[in-house]
Design a protein around this ligand. Structure first.
Ligand SMILES: [Zn+2]
Length: 202
């Protein structure tokens, strides 16, 4: 059961394709081997060119956040951005990828807005350097508002969000998560109304 979404940076400045380097560093730290056969402690890495790479399945235990208040490695999905954002800015491609991935994850589990965190929210650290949390919160506010097609990032319509939720609920066994998803589906069904033509049932 995942209820947190936590943003990190790699603190490695400058270049793209950090996936293997981070995997080696985490292997040397004896981080747990994932079902996808990596050691990287995050669930995802967003490279500078916007590629979304995956170290472990979302339901797996991570190794990215030890902090006050919860077992964030057990209950959190860790997303790392390639770069050192105490001294450089994320690329536009990274921000676009984050918005798309963040929308999917927050619908899929679902994850409440106050459980979207920067690493520094739960531990004294500079990580992730840039305020990725606020970037995603602003995007979520925007897609829940009046639908606007003049935005360059992917803005899923309510029908598309409902499609993701219908797909997700078929695989849910945890009763708490199931109830949360059912509430989310009810809210989305009200927004979609009678116009269900765009809703895909997998
Ligand atoms: Zn971090």
């Amino acid at each position: 059961m995942k209820k947190f979404l936590i943003a990190h940076h790699s603190a490695i400045p400058g270049y793209n394709s950090q996936f293997e380097q981070i995997d080696r560093i985490h292997k040397n730290k004896n981080f747990p081997f994932s079902q996808l056969e990596y050691y990287g402690g995050y669930h995802y890495l967003i490279e500078k060119d916007g590629s979304v790479m995956q170290y472990r399945k979302e339901h797996e235990m991570g190794a990215h956040t030890v902090g006050e208040g919860a077992n964030y490695n057990k209950e959190g999905i860790g997303v790392c951005f390639a770069g050192d954002f105490t001294r450089e800015m994320p690329t536009k491609a990274q921000i676009v990828a984050w918005k798309n991935l963040g929308v999917e994850i927050t619908i899929r589990w679902p994850i409440e807005k106050d459980k979207i965190l920067n690493h520094r929210d739960v531990k004294p650290t500079a990580c992730p350097g840039y305020d990725f949390k606020q970037e995603l919160l602003d995007h979520l506010d925007m897609i829940e508002g009046p639908q606007n097609s003049f935005i360059r990032t992917w803005v899923p319509t309510f029908a598309q969000q409902l499609s993701i939720a219908y797909k997700a609920i078929k695989r849910v066994t945890n009763p708490i998560r199931k109830r949360a998803l059912e509430r989310k589906i009810k809210r989305l069904e009200r927004k979609v109304g009678d116009d269900k033509n765009d809703v895909v049932i997998w």
